[in-house]
Ligand binder design. Structure first.
Ligand code: HSE
Length: 422
């Protein structure tokens, strides 16, 4: 069976898809009896015509030459961002073309509308490349684990943030230096806000939440905190405490409540997630009956990610429509109600009685301390004080911290990082 594809967006992933299809087309046909053919490629940038030429493909700068082509069965959208991608996707679906996309930001924001529109027009949406690049997490959750309940998800879903944290620890360098390295390596964007402020991780968590729990959470309802406020001090002290700091996407389901969050976490060094190096991604799922599962691999890059796009093309071309999720009645848990252990770092004046003032505030807020350690000795000067608490409610902790930060013996703001017992 011959399936014809139109590809919009000839960036790194788009070019990776052309290369993979060229290289592996006979392998795909041997395995599936499908003959996948790219019919036309498009990019708004005219200079990308040379890419099309390299693959001997017709090129256009007008995406509607693809969307309105009656001969094309599947449209691949790889331009990213909200507009014009959203309009192009809607028009493709209305024209009864199945869609393959890597656009996590758009799915997180408008996934519900996109999937409803696809169902209405009896076409499919493939989005494997939208979460964790080459790792087949979407297919694993939606097919391999279709009979499983997913109780918890912990994921390193952003390679750039992981690279920065990894380099800070390994090379003892500042956040800014590690970010510059990530940018020089072409990992982080020139404007890396989505990577380092947690937005990209949030988008991917929303997609997993749709697959595992049937809901598209409102982005503003999911607590999101990035890695920009982390200092080398915290990375070092976490290591001394036998943890590593990772930016995690977290989902925990408890009856009708769903705890969804994105923030830096102290991960125990014995847990595999703490050892994820460089720009790799990893996800652990706690499921029933499959138990604990760990996925690890390349989370970005044109060549690895092309594998996910090609997988979606083959799945759709073979007529597998997947299952549309029925919406579940779940409430997103407010972070204020979440209970965690906490790592706290205050810069306090090194003088008698300073520690007592801080512990008194914590005691009055019903927060129990597991360990305290003053990290330097410098009479009268500000020195780091590191505390680890027992389980405490976020709202109590935050209230106590705002009182602590008002003390004259404290140089605010203090650092607060959640600890996950995984
Ligand atoms: N910017 C993303 C990351 C890659 O650093 O992981 C694509 O999702």
């Amino acid at each position: 069976m011959i399936k014809k594809i139109g590809l919009i967006g000839l960036g790194t992933v788009g070019q990776g898809v052309l290369r993979t299809l060229k290289k592996n087309s006979s392998l795909i046909t041997r395995r599936t009896s499908l003959d996948i053919k790219i019919k036309k490629v498009c990019d708004a940038n005219r200079s990308k015509g040379k890419v099309a030429k390299e693959f001997s493909l017709p090129f256009t700068t007008n995406p509607y030459k693809i969307i309105n082509d009656p001969d094309i069965d599947i449209v691949i959208e790889l331009i990213g961002g909200i507009e014009p991608a959203y309009s192009l996707i809607r028009d493709s679906l209305k024209n009864k073309k199945s869609l393959v996309t890597a656009n996590k930001a758009l799915l997180a924001k408008n996934g519900k509308t996109i999937f409803n529109l696809a169902a209405k027009n009896d076409v499919s949406v493939g989005f494997e490349a939208s979460v964790c690049g080459a790792i087949p997490i979407i297919k694993s959750v939606s097919e391999g684990l279709i009979g499983c309940q997913v109780d918890k998800i912990f994921g390193i879903l952003n390679g750039t943030a992981n690279y920065i944290l990894y380099k800070m620890e390994k090379e003892n360098i500042s956040f800014q230096k590690a970010l510059t390295q990530a940018q020089e390596k072409g990992l982080a964007e020139q404007d890396p806000t989505f990577d380092i402020e947690g937005g990209d991780t949030l988008h991917k968590l929303c997609i997993l939440s749709y697959l595992c729990y049937g809901i598209w959470p409102k982005l503003s309802k999911v607590y999101t905190e990035g890695i920009t406020k982390l200092s080398l001090l915290d990375i070092t002290y976490a290591k001394e405490l036998k943890y590593r700091i990772k930016l995690l996407a977290i989902a925990k389901r408890n009856r009708n409540s769903l705890d969804l969050r994105v923030h830096p976490v102290l991960v125990p060094q014995r847990h595999p997630l703490s050892g994820i190096p460089l720009a790799y991604n990893a996800v652990t799922l706690y499921t029933h009956p499959a138990g604990e599962l760990l996925f690890f691999g390349e989370g970005a890059g044109g060549t690895p990610t092309s594998s996910s796009v090609v997988s979606d093309i083959v799945t759709i071309a073979s007529g597998n429509k997947g299952f549309a999720r029925k919406e579940e009645d779940l409430t997103i848990k407010d972070i204020k109600e979440v209970e965690n252990q906490y790592y706290l770092r205050c810069m306090i004046q090194d003088r008698p009685g300073a520690l007592a003032k801080i512990t008194k505030i914590l005691a009055l807020s019903d927060i129990s301390i597991l360990s305290v350690s003053q990290k330097m000795r410098s009479r009268g000067k500000f020195v780091p004080l590191v505390m680890v608490t027992h389980e405490a409610k976020e709202k109590d902790l935050k209230k106590a911290m705002s009182k602590i930060d008002k003390l004259s013996i404290v140089k605010s703001p203090s650092q607060l990082i959640r600890i996950e017992k995984i």
